[in-house]
Design a binder for this molecule. Structure first.
Ligand SMILES: *Cc1c(COP(=O)(O)O)cnc(C)c1O
Length: 365
């Protein structure tokens, strides 16, 4: 299948933001978007990049009623010679298809998906900001569009990709977060949808987040749904603890989202000679390690921030400081290493970077 490109007329193009320090996250989108339709019996058809516009949906489109909706999040980065990179995009493509499978949605051909990512980013390359830590966020989304009520898998789908410039996550340096351990609400149960990027998971998480933010905390630390004691994730990120000399993250047992950043942190930490364990970890072990002083660092991992240091934990009406509320050295090291690989500032021993556009001024020596 070919991807048709219909360009926006120059008169209708948006003005690009001038001040890159004010980009924020998820507020600005570019001039075009990719979309492609699916129908049972016909397969995928009408792949097009066209001027950005609202979607046309029947009020009974099944995504609106029964939440057959999944998404992905990745970024495009501008390198020092103006070359453009994606970071491990195949991981996002595979994860989207595993999400689709779990929700009985149509899967997307990997090659078309990759081509759509590349064509979108290259077409919108002038939107990719230049400032340190800035990037172009990419949001692939798959929704059920059959116009029908009655619970069953939709026989029609729409896949689309929107992209938009996002600012540096830490414009003024790291800001350790304060996290709130929820014992009342859970994010995901075994056998459920915790391991996929399903829109419904996020709706279900908002109430606990609101309680946490209302009490002055940044994020919820989720515990497992069955025994209410194993640490699982923080907000919409994976979680790591450095206890003694071991970097610990919960294993992928079906309730945790397999983060691309999580996997990158595990591989990089191993490569750097840090002992890494993917194992069950109880909140009691976290708290007792804090009391003993063996819990040295904690951070969340995800595409938006790479790593986000945790400076404080609230559990059963008590507050515990981690590393004096400051960002730890391993957290900072992992952040810098991954950032430099993503932006082409450093060798990439893992082959994670995918260059999708050559730089203009390649250095001649
Ligand atoms: C997206 C997401 C993550 C992080 O995944 P990355 O691929 O590293 O961005 C972690 N947990 C949840 C619940 C998520 O939705």
């Amino acid at each position: 299948m070919r991807i048709k490109i219909i360009k926006a007329s120059p008169k209708k193009m948006k003005t690009k933001p001038k001040d890159e320090s004010k980009l924020g996250f998820g507020k600005i989108f570019t001039d075009h978007f990719f979309n492609m339709k699916y129908k049972d019996g016909k397969g995928w058809y009408d792949a097009v990049i066209e001027p950005y516009r609202p979607l046309k949906l029947d009020p009974t489109a099944m995504c609106l009623h029964y939440a057959q909706e999944i998404f992905e999040g990745l970024k495009a980065y501008r390198g020092p010679n103006d070359e453009i990179y994606l970071f491990r995009p195949t991981e996002n493509i595979k994860r989207m298809n595993s999400s689709a499978e779990r929700l009985c949605m149509a899967q997307i051909d990997e090659e078309i998906f990759m081509e759509a990512l590349k064509k979108m980013v290259i077409l919108e390359k002038d939107w990719i900001p230049r400032g340190s830590g800035t990037s172009l966020y990419i949001r692939p989304t798959l929704i059920a569009t059959e116009a029908a009520l009655g619970v069953h898998p939709s026989n029609e789908y729409l896949f689309f990709i929107v992209v938009g410039p996002v600012g540096a996550y830490y414009p003024q340096g790291f800001m350790p977060t304060k996290i709130y351990v929820s014992e009342e609400y859970v994010r995901a149960a075994k056998g459920g949808t915790g391991f996929i990027k399903a829109a419904g998971n996020y709706a279900a998480s908002l109430y606990a987040s609101r309680i946490a933010t209302g009490m002055g905390y940044t994020q919820v630390l989720w515990l497992d749904a069955k025994e209410n004691k194993y640490v699982e994730e923080v907000g919409t990120s994976n979680i790591f603890f450095l206890i003694s000399d071991e970097l610990i993250t919960p294993p992928l047992t079906g309730t945790i989202l397999p983060g691309v950043t999580r996997n990158s942190v595990v591989k990089l930490a191993n490569y750097l000679g840090v002992k890494v364990a993917e194992r069950l970890l109880t909140i009691d072990e976290v708290i007792s390690s804090l009391e003993k002083g063996t819990l040295k660092e904690s951070f969340a991992s995800g595409t938006a921030a790479i790593v986000s240091p945790v400076g404080q934990i609230y559990f059963r009406k008590k507050e515990y400081l981690i590393n004096g509320g400051k960002t730890g050295p391993l957290t900072e090291k992992l952040y810098n290493e991954i950032l430099q690989i993503q932006y082409g500032l450093k060798e990439d021993p893992f082959g994670w970077r995918v260059k999708i556009l050559e730089g203009k001024k390649t250095k001649k020596k």
